[in-house]
Design a protein around this ligand. Sequence first.
Ligand code: NDP
Ligand code: HSE
Length: 442
Amino acid sequence: MARPQSSAPITVALLGGGTVGAEVARRLVSGGSDLSSRVGAPVVLTQIAVQDTARSRPGIDPSILTADAQAVATSGADVVVELIGGIEPARQLILEAMRAGSSVVTANKALLAADGAVLYAEAARCGVDLFFEASVAGAIPLLRPLRESLAGDHVTKVIGIVNGTTNYILTQMDEQGAGYASALAEAQELGYAEADPTADVEGLDAAAKAAILAELAFHSRVTDKDVFCEGIAQVTAADITAARDMGFVIKLLAVAELVRDEQQRATGIIVRVHPAMVPRSHPLASVRGSFNAVYVHADAAGELMFYGRGAGGAPTASAVLGDIVAAARNKVAGVRDVGESTYANLPILDIGQSLTCYYVNLEVDDRPGVLASIAKAFAEHGVSIQVVRQDGNAQATSGASLFVRTHQATDSALRATVESLRQLDTVKHVRGVMRVEGEVGE
Ligand code: NDP
Ligand code: HSE
């Protein structure tokens, strides 16, 4: 049975009609009858602000296009949906929409991670909703489960693949032997990449998402500046081949973890984004192309896995439309959701305290005593070696390639070890250092 329809329609206005916005607009119109039944009032798309109103946009009524984004933001529509991206003018438009009484739906992780606190505060002050499910992991329902379903539990770690573009690139390089540049161009063509794709490949997009996840998971203020961030630009075809030879695949991971003391009291948060070697047997290794997957570890729930399409117009539109329905239902009921809480107020800890296993790839002399000198450097910094593999001179111009896999070590101990290795005359070159995630027992 459909909800009883209230007489007043719910008006929805879009800021942006690009990859995501156009898909939202088309589905709002084609699925309008169902959406209206789910909301309990007719849902009407009133306007779409774009830059170029003359551009052909199949399936979209050109008469509702306008270049006047400010007029759309201040139109007083029940729900304003921001799908322009970036910091300005998106930020100002969202604030103006709230001040005009509109609830806001956005997919803008860059803005939320940079200035979320201001937006949440303004939403509360104006008595409107601010929903942003699509900002992290595209179609995957992830933020609402964190905010609502897990509100009674204690989340201890969130780890996953949250950027479709880089996962697409790494998958193409691993499976097809594709070049980095051509794989990136394909990801752009498919509508996965940000307007400036350096945000994807440098890890900034994933870092923004990691900040949003950490803030919700740990009830503490986290911004993009709090996230340790390394992208995939330095990952070479040789790294990918070496990882494959050792039974690993390289993924760009986002990790947000709670640090606890011996009494199990939370002492802080570490948030990091970086490429990592993941065992091929781990479920994250089979997350291919633009798909995302996120594990959430919680005290009572244990381990939860969320999986689905993380980028692209239609998958992202699904999450945006879900938020539109939620905001519209609240408008019909005359209520707003409870806003974000940062009551725990945990400090952000330095990456140096982060515990991970590592692979260190060295080019070394191939003579007696070399291994002993290298083992000593690790031992001096308290870094325990798990596996050592020597590959004749497969990669080395002379001497041998040495792969050292460590047990869990702090980032600072590992950095100090690598510094010592660089000083050894037996080590010609530190070819690479990469974190390892997802191993059993670590
Ligand atoms: P696009 O670049 O495809 O679309 C941006 C839209 O905004 C375009 O319609 C553009 O107009 C319009 N626009 C830009 N500046 C202005 C302005 N000053 N006034 C009015 N309109 C303007 O971006 P996406 O659709 O890919 O992304 C939108 C948002 O969704 C971003 O925050 C992004 O991070 C996020 N997102 C994107 C995902 C994806 O897979 N693409 C997935 C999840 C989130 P015109 O069309 O005329 O150029
Ligand atoms: N550029 C982003 C990605 C879009 O590739 O994941 C989805 O947020």
